[in-house]
Design a protein. Sequence first.
Lengths: 478, 1029
Amino acid sequence: MTISRRNFLQQQGMGVGAIALSCLMQQEQSQANPKNVPKRPPVFDLKPKPPHHQPRAKAMISLFQHGGPSHMDLTDPKPELTKFDGTDYTEEVGFSFVNEASKKLMGTRWKFSKHGQSGTELSELLPETASIVDDICLIRSMHTGANGHEVSIRYFHGGVPGVLGRAHLASWLLYGLGSETNNLPAYMVLTDPAGHPVDGANNWSSGFLPALYQGTVLRAKEPRILNLDAPAHLAGAPQQQNLAFLQQLNRRHADRFKNPSELEARIASYELAARMQTAATDALDISQETKATHALYGLHDEATREYGTRCLIARRLVERGVRFVQLFLNGQPWDNHSNIGTALPNVCRKTDKPAAALVKDLKQRGMLDEVLVHWGGEIGRLPVTQNQGAAEKHGRDHNGQGFSIWMAGGGIKGGMTYGATDDFGHRAVKDVVTPNDYQATLMHLFGLQSNDLVFHQNGVQQTITADRPARVVREILT
Amino acid sequence: MIRVFTVSASMILCCHLVSTAGAERLTYEHDIRPIFRAHCFDCHGASEEIEGELDLRLVRLMIRGGDSGPAIVASKPDESLLVDRIRSGDMPPGPSHLSDQEIDTIERWIASGSKTARPEPAKIGPGLGITPEERSFWSFQPIHRPALPVLTKRDESLEIEEPIDFFVIANGHEIATQADRRTLVIRAYFDLIGLPPTPAELQDWIEEPSDKWFDHLLDTLLASPHYGERWGRHWLDIAGYADSEGYSAADTERPWSWKYRDWVIRALNDDKPFDQFLTEQLAGDELAGPISGDLTANQIGLLTATGFLRMAADGTGSGANNSEGRNQVMIDTLQIVGTSLFGLSLQCAQCHDHRYDPIPQSDYYAMRAIFEPAIDWKAWKPPAQRLISLYTASDRQKAAEVEAEAQELAKTKAQELAEYMQQALNQELMKYDQPLRDQLKVAYQTAVAERNDEQKQILAKHPSVNITSGNLYQYIPDSKPKLAEFDKQIQQIRSKKPIQEFIRALVEPPSHQPETRLFHRGDFQQPKQLISPAAFTVTSEPGQQAVFASDNEQLTTSGRRLAFARWITSRDNPLLARVIANRLWMHHFGTGIVATPADFGKLGARPSNLPLLDWLADELMVQGWSLKTLHRTIMSSATWRQQVLDASQKDYASRRLRRLEAETIRDRMLVTTGRLDPKLFGRPIQLKEDDTGQIVVEKPQKRRSLYLQVRRSRPVAMMSSFDAPTMETNCEIRSSSTVATQSLMMLNGQFILERAIEFANRVAAEELDAESLSTLPAFDFPKPLSDSWQYGFGSYAQDIERTESFTPLSHWNNNQWQAGPALPDPKRGWVLLNAQGGHPGGPTHAVVRRWTAQATGSIKIDGKLSHPSAAGDGVRGRIISSSKGILGEWMAKSNSTNTSVSTDVNMGDTIDFITDCQSNHTSDSFSWPVTMTFSDNDQTMIYSSVDQFSGPSDPVAMIPSQIIRVWELAYCRRPTEAEYRAGCQFIAQQLSTFRSNPTAIPQGRTAIQQAMTNLCQSVLSSNEFLYVE
């Protein structure tokens, strides 16, 4: 045994480590798991894999707005609704809270106006989003068909309404494309410091896909990434020595066999783990950003600081090759069954500026071309009043029949709106887009054909949309 | 498109190319129909509604065409509408499309005259039917025992006796040299019981002189109760075992599921013939007969077995007791049955005829009809109502008696309470004058709902009258303990009830035969024709489908599942024995003979060695479905006993390194650290969320992983990271991933850190015989810094300004040094020293913390002497240098004082921190943490009296034996000399690191303990530990 071998970890991953690493990262000459090819033995990895076709997007940031943002108060102006405010709605409505249900139409109490060259109309609650309308595509015709939160969230993430235990679309992206970073988890979830969203950890589950494709939670407080940092007594030299000794054991073991590629991969995975410790710390260090950037994301303002910080970290992560970042909020802040007059402006105040800043920041850094940004919830809200007694307590009930989301970058056409709901914002009526269409579209932007990205589970060919009808919404692509 | 195929797949491709080499040989049945089946038949042939009137099931119907005209023009692909629509991407609609290769095949077929294999029938019924080509698929053929191949070339050095080896060699395989005995023993242990041998066991097997040692080894392991645990886990994977209901985010706990788990373990340990094992799981309730009176042990077993059919996720007890939720249970149950027993993706035929395999949609519903009487979505019982109590009549009677007794006492308690309430009210009312007093009394005694506004008002105005049983204690404090005593007694009485246990079973109601209808597109809201219970069409000769009677008159139940079980385990079903033999092979080798154990259909892998598979399947049946016999057959083969050459070989018949499954990794750690509790059976071990939100196992971690609660939505972090299934439905094959998160867990995770401590403690506690140690090369270890400190008592001599005597404290008690086992010590009183400070004895027994200089240089001493107690007369601290005498003296009495001095030392000098009492030693606990900064020309070192405080230090002489023991326990072997040296060097390196970094040693550990702990951690996370040869 020589000293240089013992200390190879300190040698910047050269020597033995580098060989192992190249083995781990070696690019496979296969397509992204094509359909109809009999399965190989189930060994999975995160090696980069070529897509089915030329991709537009390399990474995605999803700003998930769960609870059901009230589209007729934010993104979908409905003059007819305002006109008939207070009168009875004649169409049939599905209510979640029957005890408080009413058929009285409720017009928005906020002003809409046109913005940008595109003239997209937005409510005064989203002044910052108004400043990026020429970079985003606003889809006003989303449809899940179900009013429940969980049903629709699972539909958006897993491809089938209501079904728990399916793989998240980000897990599919990793399965199909592998990872672009050697130093960070490729799929990261930024949770709200106040707690988890509804459905908790199921929101970043890899379901039936192997666990290596699941989301890694970047917690709002220490430890930010589980098991990332050494416990205090191991930090520094003791752990470096442990690692060197471990790798020495592994090296001796691997040397006994011909073709020890899997063993080499595990040796390399320890190096990745060690590198992740520095890389993650670096990615989270927003003090490296300029004052102007801090201001852009609203970090000086109590209302926006927390969400702005996470949006900024999201950018720093995709900058370092992370494939998919998703931000969640605590509970269901957009679920404005009551007091919509005060509750809705509050959650807008928290999210509007940081979300817009993210798009602006990506654009000014030339990253928007390859980074897809998504903003939206799982449902919208009803045009009728949810009656909570006094007028100021009024709110709106769930509505999965029609609502809005927006996307930007990564091959999405900016400055456009797509689809429409009816005159009252109740149902999507024109160019309806389902979560399956949404999935097929974003997979397409990543260079994948959603129906051809197949995972064999129990003899079933699983796809993200479970073979449900799904179309690539070509009209919104550049 | 460039596609890389696996070995088996490329063979298929080759066959395909051979058969289609001449374009004229393409036929509709062989080449085109499978493509249409996958992409087109849903709309153009399979169902009654034919889109655009275009039926693609027959060539002549294609030529005739549909609404848009002829679909194909003979010999002219360019003019054929079908090709045009497919090429343009119009068809099929939606994002799915045909591959270029498939389109090319269609074009060439048309160009070559759109031939059929045989004349097409004049008439065609509904549906797709099954063609001879589809019927001839390998897995649907009956199992015939193949003759033993005659080998032309044989390696004489190998003892080939087992039929398996003949089949393997005939298949073109070379069998490698046999592995050594040690490797075989370890391999057999992990294969059969999932645990490593202890060093002693291993030694015994290695030294066993008998020629039959291997047979004896197999006998022993197959007879081990842990066999059922190991193979039970494999079966539970495909059965979809879980301790929770799934379906909703709440993922309600599923109590009593474990009874089925335990039944599986017992059945496998008993080597219950597999056909019976399965029959009981499919139809135990029908075998058990009508239930009246107490359940017999046999009935309990049979009913528990049906838990298999209750494994599917089930939301009907947690908010989804609706048509959709109920049908989902049926769908999942059929999926479990299909994948586990048939190796077919049955569920693909739920909405339409199977796209690849000859399973018409009607077959799916014929299968459903078998289970419909027991899992009837129109007569549903949610999970809680299906539990079967194991109470006997006498248990019930006893319970009733106990309850009556409890009620009796409850009544007394109620009376007591009423009296207290009355007393409190009377007391309270006395504070009010009439007429208010009576008004309050009436208002209070009026039921809440019946109080009038006036009554409500006066009660609101005088809230103290609102006495409740909850606030009664505020009025009469004595009432609380008195009433609580009643509760305790009632609880005690109830605890005398016999413990009531339940089983989760599937019990078909008597005389219940609901109809089964085919659901159009799988939608239960679109029921179509009636379907009767039957076996798969394709498994029987044309026109001879095995059907099951809708009702068996000899049973109170319909008898459908029993008939199904009889058929599935009969020779008429070609799939089961193959599927099970393949699973066994897969678990012994890592790869199945069919690489896709749950898909024996067209999309699955082809058998790498069909004669071998069929021989094993036949052998399984011939040997009375004994799994243990088949294990023995497989493991006795030279193929199984080969050594590993190529670590990553994925071939079915080669040995490769196999990573242990999540459970086995954890179990191996528990065995290695000496903490495994080998107890079998019982309730699942509870899980909890730790501070970081990870799901972890409740301490103490002792039981095998099989017994950890399987909560679908709360997978144990350590388990799922190493690919334990999350049980969405079931798991037909484990994946084996290698990712950085596993490494992070092994570097920093709480679980491994705890195991490493236990492992280090274990090896420290064991002793190796001196003889074996004497041969070890000596190694010079650096002294740990803690060795610079000594703890004793003595006194200070005023005249010479030196420490007069120093007697080391002899007793280490958990975290402090004492003069004897008792405190106070009869002679030396309260003398003690701990990390922070201590307590002096009487005036002649000062406590002395002594530091010895390991080199010559200068030191700066910073400390703080505190006497925290408000009582007593305080303590005196002195710092004495052995060469320079007293350096300082301080008093502390209910206060603190800094004790900073600097001096020079020569190597071997001592610095004593002497603390004594003043006039008396009451309340003289003190703290005196000291930091000494030592500098010489080369270095600066920090000594901390707190961080380096430790108990008796292990002599470095013990390190070599401990390293040897680590290897023996973890790797089942001794280290090589190079490994031994590497281990010693690691320990030496750590010890010297700790010298300059005292915080690397957690409180309560010594330097050597910590260095060994770190060594143990590396060993437990190393590849040799995680992989088995």
